[in-house]
Design a protein around this ligand. Structure first.
Ligand SMILES: Nc1nc2c(ncn2[C@@H]2O[C@H](COP(=O)(O)O[C@H]3[C@@H](O)[C@H](n4cnc5c(=O)[nH]c(N)nc54)O[C@@H]3COP(=O)(O)O)[C@@H](O)[C@H]2O)c(=O)[nH]1
Length: 805
């Protein structure tokens, strides 16, 4: 088959609209042409008839008088000639002349079946009187008229059809060029449009002019392209959303925390893998259940219900619930988890469900309990330590005040313990302490407390006494229980103890003083000869006197410029490079000599002198740090100890700010060391001061970590930067596996809380190696340098090459 030109092919195959349009144009124009032609032909027909009629009128008007004359004259030949004349007129085919009275003359003929039109008129003689001579009927044949009309109809129809057809084709071609081919392109584009080619815009085969852009096709094209772009954007957004959802669901699924999502009625909808791992409950099996009623054990669920009721109430009221919960696994095992429960809200702020995040804190809890024990109990004997003993003493005094009873305080010191330790060794010394603790405890009632204060010193608290005599009875019982020999290293050893006793309220109503008095009485007992006890008497209060003297000297120490700051380097454990220095206060008193802070800081605290002394320390420490910067060009940090009373003083924050600005020192270079005991009260005031200091960008460090309450939870809630492990742990880190594991745990925990760790009291290279291995960030101790006076420290800086990075 011969190939059609492309345009025609397209026309033939691809454009039904053009065909339909052509058909409709043809139909309409044909009908229109037919109607117009019919009107035209009918009007021509009417015109022809009118011409015939007028011709007959002409015959009547032109021939009636001449015919009358011929009839009057009875001139048959003339009559005939006249009628022949009429018959020669176009279309006139027949004449009938009726002559009065009863003859007629007929001329011409009418073809059979012919369509005719007749006109009749009377002929009169116009003489004196009017005489009717006859009547002429003129008949015209309409055959010619019809023939003409037929020809006309043929021509009109043929020309009109041709015209219409050509115009239609032209219209279609124009329409095809300007419209349908673009519609076809749009249709093909829309047909081929898929998610893979959303990036390709629709373009039409026509110039991109403003007029094209604003016509209907341009607007439809633009609308299609806008739709495509929106689809594309939607697709991109959908893909991004899907990727994000995928990422989040993976993150939730792989989260190290357990994640449970509940609906608004607290029915579990989802639980992640960690949840299953932690609790043993299969995620699918708990869908639809209440998070507090997962177990088949109804007693467990009952206990949980109360907890979850309060969780629900708090989440509704406050918007979050956080707490540590002792949960039960599916197998009945208990474990500690930190739960955080929050509502999930939609964009309108409506609660659509609840999110429960859980973290297994069993190890941390165990560690905290271990630390708590460590902080409150003596590891060797298992007895309460000094801190717990003081707490119990305070409680006993408060109770005695309420009840009006007495409290006995006994200070015990083993006689010759040092000698036994030195000769039989530490292990024998430890065994002796354990046995001594057991024997002392065996002499006491349940409400009494026996504590180990350190070394070979014990404290006994006897609450609720009716009178002082019972203390003597207890003291005698203790002395008696010491009488049997101790078996140490296979040897029988006799050990005695000296006991000092003070009584509340007779000797003092203050716990510290009662202890001091008991201590003084114990020295008295030792002087009396060992294995004896002594009650406190006012003569023994030499110590108190000493204290008064010290207080009055301390009051003038600042004014007399007796204070001096020593500096001890803090180095990077891994590299040994200097990081910072700790400022340590010394008191050079002309009478007492060099007084160490352990002796005068508690007194300064008690008397409030610590506020002005602390301010002086801050000023001097900042001044020294900025001097080092000038001297070495290095940013060496400075750590300053802050005691609780100084910390809570309303002027403390401004004193810090003043010291920094007076010495032009960046706040990040000052680190304030705060003992963990200060945080024990958990007060809002403490939190606010810490927050304010943190806002000022001053670094904050927990000092002596491990000696106080040691709960890690407070580290989380306060803005600390670092933590200092107390030197008692470092001291025994290589000897006591328990200390080593505690130090390791502290370092790991601190790092997990993003705190840097400083180990203090590092005295040997093996300790350094241990700390380096465990990843302890910084170290401080005699191994690197003893605390040095300012000048010597400057010299150390000059000669020591281990400087900050
Ligand atoms: N409120 C303030 N308290 C202060 C200030 N200056 C000191 N102090 C506190 O007094 C406590 C005793 O201090 P000090 O006698 O100076 O002892 C410090 C170091 O000399 C000592 N240390 C350092 N390295 C070692 C070592 O290797 N072995 C060892 N046996 N001792 C070492 O440790 C003390 C540092 O303690 P810390 O502050 O915990 O880092 C002491 O608690 C000071 O806090 C003051 O200005 N204000």
């Amino acid at each position: 088959m011969p190939k059609l030109p492309t345009r025609l092919q397209r026309f033939r195959t691809g454009s039904p609209l053009s065909f339909r349009l052509l058909a409709w144009i043809l139909v309409f124009s044909t009908v229109f042409t037919l109607i117009a032609s019919a009107i035209q032909i009918y009007s021509d027909y009417r015109k022809e008839l009118a011409q015939i009629d007028s011709r007959m009128q002409v015959v009547e008007s032109g021939y009636s008088s001449s015919l009358a004359k011929s009839l009057w004259a009875l001139d048959r030949n003339l009559l005939q000639t006249q009628m022949e004349g009429i018959l020669s007129l176009p279309d006139i085919v027949h004449l009938r002349l009726g002559i009065e009275p009863d003859s007629e003359l007929v001329m011409g003929e009418i073809a059979r079946g012919a369509d005719t039109r007749s006109h009749k008129f009377e002929i009169f003689h116009q003489g004196d009187r009017k005489v009717r001579l006859g009547e002429l009927t003129v008949t015209a044949d309409l055959g010619r008229v019809y023939q003409d009309l037929k020809e006309k109809v043929g021509i009109i129809l043929a020309t009109e059809f041709l015209k219409t057809f050509l115009v239609s084709i032209l219209i279609i071609l124009v329409f095809q060029h300007f419209v349908t081919r673009h519609l076809t392109s749009m249709a093909n584009y829309a047909k081929d449009l898929s998610l893979t080619n959303l990036g390709t815009p629709l373009t039409l085969d026509r110039p991109d002019t403003p007029s094209h852009r604003s016509d209907e096709i341009g607007r439809v094209t633009e609308a299609i392209n806008q739709m495509r772009e929106r689809l594309n954007d939607d697709m991109v957004r959908q893909e991004r959303d899907a990727a994000e959802i995928h990422k989040f669901s993976k993150a939730i699924e792989q989260s190290p925390s357990s994640v449970v999502i509940c609906d608004r009625q607290w029915r579990v909808e989802f639980a992640n893998h960690k949840f299953t791992q932690l609790t043993g409950y299969n995620a699918k099996s708990i869908v639809g259940r209440h998070p507090g009623a997962l177990s088949d054990n109804s007693a467990e669920n009952r206990d949980n219900r109360i907890l979850w009721q309060s969780i629900r109430l708090q989440v509704q009221r406050v918007g979050v619930w956080q707490g540590e919960v002792n949960s039960i696994r599916r197998n009945g095992e208990r474990f500690w988890e930190q739960l955080t429960v929050t509502p999930i809200k939609d964009s309108a702020g409506e609660v659509t469900g609840y999110l429960i995040l859980g973290e297994d804190i069993s190890i941390r809890k165990r560690f905290e309990q271990q630390l708590l024990r460590q902080a409150n109990y003596d590891i060797l004997t298992g007895l309460p330590n000094r801190m717990l003993a003081l707490d119990r003493l305070k409680l006993a005094l408060a109770q005695a005040r309420r009840e009006g009873s007495m409290v006995g305080v006994m200070f015990l010191d083993l006689d010759n313990f040092k000698h036994i330790n030195d000769t039989l060794g530490h292990d024998a010394g430890d065994s002796l302490l354990i046995e001594a603790a057991r024997r002392i405890s065996s002499c006491l009632r349940g409400s009494s407390t026996v504590a180990r204060l350190g070394g070979d010193e014990f404290l006994v608290i006897l609450p609720g006494l009716a009178g002082p005599e019972s203390t003597s009875q207890v003291a005698e019982r203790i002395l008696a229980t010491f009488e049997p020999a101790y078996a140490l290293n296979g040897q029988e050893v006799f050990v005695t103890t000296s006991i000092g006793i003070s009584i509340f309220p007779t000797d003092s109503d203050n716990s510290g003083t009662l202890l001091q008095h008991a201590d003084a009485a114990m020295y008295q007992a030792k002087h009396q000869g060992k294995s004896s006890y002594a009650h406190f008497t006012p003569e023994m209060s030499e110590v108190s006197h000493e204290r008064l003297q010290m207080e009055s000297r301390l009051r003038r120490a600042l004014e007399l410029k007796e204070f001096e700051l020593y500096f001890q380097p803090i180095v990077d454990t891994a590299s040994g490079k200097l990081r910072a220095a700790e400022a340590l206060l010394r008191w050079n008193n002309p009478v007492m000599g060099m007084v160490m802070p352990d002796r005068f800081i508690p007194l300064a605290e008690e008397t409030g002198l610590i506020i002005s002394i602390g301010e002086w320390v801050l000023e001097q420490a900042c001044s020294a740090a900025s001097g080092w910067k000038e001297q070495t060009g290095l940013d060496i940090g400075i750590s300053v100890n802050v005691s609780p009373r100084q910390f809570r003083d309303p002027g403390f924050i401004s004193a810090v700010a003043r010291a920094l600005s007076n010495n032009n020192l960046a706040p990040e270079r000052l680190e304030l060391e705060i003992t963990e005991r200060l945080l024990l009260d958990n007060s809002i005031e403490t939190a606010q001061i810490l927050k304010e200091l943190d806002r000022k960008k001053v670094r904050l460090s927990v000092d002596d970590f491990g000696t106080g309450y040691s709960a890690l939870s407070y580290l989380k809630s306060y803005p600390f930067d670092s933590l200092k492990i107390d030197r008692t742990f470092i001291n025994d880190v290589l000897k006591e596996p328990e200390d080593a594991s505690l130090v390791r745990a502290i370092i790991n925990m601190a790092h997990s809380l993003e705190l840097t760790v400083v180990a203090e009291g590092v005295e040997s290279e093996p300790q350094t190696r241990f700390l380096k291995k465990e990843g302890c960030d910084y170290s401080q101790g005699y191994f690197y340098s003893r605390p040095l006076p300012a000048e010597e420290f400057s010299e150390w800086l000059r000669t020591n090459h281990r400087t900050p990075n």
